[in-house]
Design a protein around this ligand. Structure first.
Ligand code: 1PR
Length: 526
């Protein structure tokens, strides 16, 4: 019997699904006494440190947790759940009353690499522990965080990971342990680790070890554009430059849940669902998308992103719902990240015009509660060609690597909303910069000109945006063959590449992309 501490933020559903998949039974902590009655306790956490600590204090969980830990009873903290074991975080120097079981603090990454650190990275093993039994030395786990531990006592370090420099990625003292990475999102190897925690009678580490692991891999992401077809069935569709109809009908390339499972099994590092008509509907009424997430997360143990329609709403009865309510429902249903498209354009335009953060935008609200890493901005730009720099009227100008249709030498990338239906007087670079300032943690960079063309990623666009921000960028639109993936990783600093059509039409398997990248010396998770 596993007891799960859910303090209300982040994606606990994935942990529940993983434990149940492994045959464990689960009980949720609903009152302080449940903590002391636990046999084994798992504490998953994602998001904002201050928010977590405040809730733990409000619910009066701190004292029973301390008593549980001091008694050396089995405890597994995941991400923030592990950070809570330490004395405090740079995220909040003021008030925090954390568990203080380990001496040391949590600090923000100090690096020129993208922060948050997102993706599949290796582990350098420092101690022999039953928790890591059966874990291959070249295994990679899924990380998503901006802060890392700095323990005072080196003897508690179980593993480190290298991201620019070496940081502590898991700790253990007796039966108390925690990982910065997410085993519930780390595919088979993560399941092995959870199985070890659930199944082992004796979890104590048995001495030092020195195994060097791999580095951060470039991510290959499968994207499922989802909408209802004319019969009202939810289908995965795919457009050519965002036009998803063929002879009048919505193209139907399969069912979202089964396709997602297929991509997980084929080695996708993440899966993204975009509800492409979300701007029309109210997502909390759009139960099929929530069902898709719930069903997918039962069998898919890699990160899931969901986008489409995430904004504030007022329903027909005048009842208001915030974007945060919508996102919360998606997180509870199994999403790890939400993606915001149209609303981000409106918010960024307002922010650029006034220079003021209202604190009320979807980006700000969701990142405040769930953390920056949970907020992806999906950008849908198209090229606006100009003959001279002056014509770009202050928009981020690019000297195009290929001439325009009328031999224009320059362009800028114009933002669109509602799936390309409307254009706005804002360029993609300015949008990305503004959204990062507002709290976004990642950019999903589409390109309408390239979408569905198989002509390769738009490298000019990707370089312009990636060079302007310090958060990770996912290159999207136009992948037509394996070589397009190596090209985007060799010629830009994108952290991930996403494709849809070639995977749906079975033209290029995900495994072939990974093999090709590995042959070119690009690190990938196999
Ligand atoms: O604006 O917050 O409601 O979100 C709507 C979301 O739906 C946005 O993320 C937007 O990108 C997406 N979307 C809207 N309409 C379409 C459409 O295709 N008609 N799809 C659409 C965007 C782009 C990528 C695609 C890549 C790779 N699709 O997701 O998967 O271009 O395709 P490829 O590899 O086949 O070239 P909001």
């Amino acid at each position: 019997m596993i007891t799960l501490l859910d303090y209300g933020a982040g994606n606990v559903r994935s942990v529940i699904n993983a434990v149940e998949k492994l045959g464990g039974s689960l009980k949720l902590v609903t009152k302080p006494e449940d903590i002391l009655n636990a046999e084994k306790l798992i504490f998953p956490g994602v998001g904002n440190y201050i928010n977590m600590i405040q809730i733990l204090n409000q619910k009066k969980y701190i004292e029973p947790l301390r008593e549980y830990l001091e008694a050396d009873r089995p405890f597994f903290g995941i991400c923030l759940g592990m950070q809570a074991l330490f004395q405090g975080s740079e995220e909040d120097f003021s008030t925090n009353e954390s568990l203080g079981f380990f001496k040391g603090r949590v600090e923000r990454f100090k690096t020129d690499l993208a922060v948050p650190h997102i993706g599949w990275n290796g582990i350098n093993i420092k101690q022999k522990s039953p928790l890591l039994a059966g874990v291959e030395h070249d295994a990679r786990f899924y990380f998503v965080h901006s802060y890392h531990l700095v323990p005072e006592d080196p003897s508690v370090v179980l593993t480190t990971t290298t991201y620019d420099y070496e940081f502590v990625s898991s700790v253990q003292k007796g039966n108390v342990m925690g990982t910065q990475f997410h085993p519930e999102k780390s595919g088979k190897v993560g399941m092995q680790l959870l199985k070890n925690f659930i199944g082992s009678k004796d979890l104590h580490a048995s001495g030092p070890m020195a195994i060097q692991g791999k580095g951060l891999a470039k991510r290959v992401i499968a994207c499922l554009d989802v909408r209802s077809n004319d019969e009202g069935d939810l289908v995965v569709t795919k457009g050519d430059q965002y036009d998803v109809r063929d002879k009048g009908d919505v193209r139907n390339l399969g069912r979202p849940v089964s396709l997602a499972k297929r991509y997980y099994e084929e080695g996708a590092d993440e899966i993204t669902f975009l509800n492409i008509t979300g701007f029309r509907d109210f997502p909390l009424k759009d139960m099929p998308m929530i069902k898709v997430l719930e069903e997918t997360s039962k069998n898919v143990f890699v990160p899931l992103t969901i986008g489409g329609g995430i904004r504030d709403y007022t329903d027909s009865n005048g009842q208001g719902y915030s974007a945060l309510d919508v996102a919360a429902q998606y997180f509870r249903s199994g999403a790890d990240k939400i993606s915001i498209g149209s609303d981000a354009v409106d918010v960024a335009q307002a922010y650029i015009a006034t220079g003021e953060k209202t604190g009320k935008s979807a980006i700000e609200q969701i990142s405040r509660v769930y953390g920056n890493q949970a907020v992806v901005i999906s950008i849908d730009p198209k090229r606006a060609w100009v003959d001279s720099p002056e014509e770009a009227k202050g928009h981020h100008l690019i000297k195009s690597s290929e001439p325009g249709p009328e031999a224009q030498a320059y362009c800028w990338y114009q933002c669109t909303v509602q799936g390309g239906r409307q254009t706005r007087d804002l360029d993609a670079v300015a949008l990305a910069v503004a959204c990062e300032a507002l709290g976004a943690g990642e950019i999903l960079l589409n390109c309408i000109d390239r979408d569905g063309t198989n002509a390769g990623f738009d490298l000019d666009l990707i370089n312009a945006v990636r060079n302007a921000v310090s958060i990770p960028v996912i290159a999207s639109s136009g992948a037509g063959c394996e070589a397009h993936f190596s090209q985007v990783f060799e010629e830009t600093n994108a952290e991930a590449a996403l494709a849809a059509g070639i995977f749906h039409r079975k033209e290029v398997p995900i495994g072939a992309v990974k093999t090709h990248l590995a042959q070119r010396g690009i690190e990938v998770r196999q």
